[in-house]
Write a protein that binds this ligand. Structure first.
Ligand code: FE2
Length: 241
């Protein structure tokens, strides 16, 4: 089963798909890549909107595309890309933002140098009962952090990582993603698809690059760990494969 853990394809809710037509075009394109399941993960900025208002907006956005969904489209599940905030992300809030059918929260880190407060905040969230952390596109924080500093985020218990398929296209970014993979920091893939005009890599492109660049065992480990996240397996069990 191929899973896209990160997308902004619901219409008009964030800086992703602009309208129903664009959402459906993206889904048409995705259906040709063999992806089975796509999590719709609109941005949730805790300082901008209440979680209940966010859920209502997400419900409405999804409702708009339902009449146009076709059998060939990938299965959709709801989620959110939750911007890290140590003070505002309580367990009650996170409970409502999990990737549907799992205890995983797709957590977006700030694009600044991580402070001790950031590390402690992530560890606190990962420690919460019934909450598991999937860090969104771990390679993107290298703008302000070293590889070691990003990897330090993932040293805690109950924390997994996702990379964007588009980051595998360019040599430099790909090299950095490969380093994360080699260090056991990547268990999930995503397109982080926003607008068609931006030309994102879809899941099949990311997968064919990984197939070429990784050993068969390392490649299969990522596919299997993705499935296990969608099945809500324990983090330790996923890291053990
Ligand atoms: Fe995103």
């Amino acid at each position: 089963m191929l899973v896209d853990f990160h997308s902004h394809i619901l219409p008009g809710i964030d800086d992703g798909a602009k309208n129903i037509e664009e959402s459906i075009k993206i889904l048409d394109m995705m259906s040709e890549t063999g992806v089975d399941l796509v999590y719709c993960t609109p941005h949730f900025y805790p300082h901008e909107m209440s979680v209940d208002r966010f859920l209502e907006r997400r419900r409405q956005a999804y409702g708009k595309i339902v009449p146009y969904l076709k059998p060939h489209h990938p299965r959709l599940k709801m989620g959110a890309e939750v911007l890290m905030s140590r003070s505002m992300l309580t367990r009650e809030v996170l409970e409502k933002l999990k990737l549907e059918g799992t205890d995983f929260v797709l957590l977006e880190m700030p694009y600044i140098h991580f402070s001790q407060n950031t590390y402690d905040g992530v560890a606190d969230i990962a420690d919460m009962d019934g909450v598991k952390v999937l860090i969104a596109h771990i390679e993107r924080y290298l703008v302000a952090n070293s590889e070691a500093e990003v990897m330090r985020l993932m040293e805690g218990e109950n924390i997994l990582g996702q990379i964007n398929c588009t980051s595998l296209r360019k040599m430099g970014d790909r090299h950095r993603c490969m380093n994360f993979i080699k260090n056991g920091c990547v268990q999930a893939l995503g397109t982080d698809y926003h607008r068609i005009e931006r030309g994102y890599a879809l899941l099949d492109e990311g997968i064919s690059i990984l197939k070429r660049k990784l050993s068969r065992a390392a490649f299969e480990r990522i596919i299997q760990s993705s499935e296990m996240i969608a099945e809500n397996c324990d983090v330790d069990e996923i890291l053990d494969i």
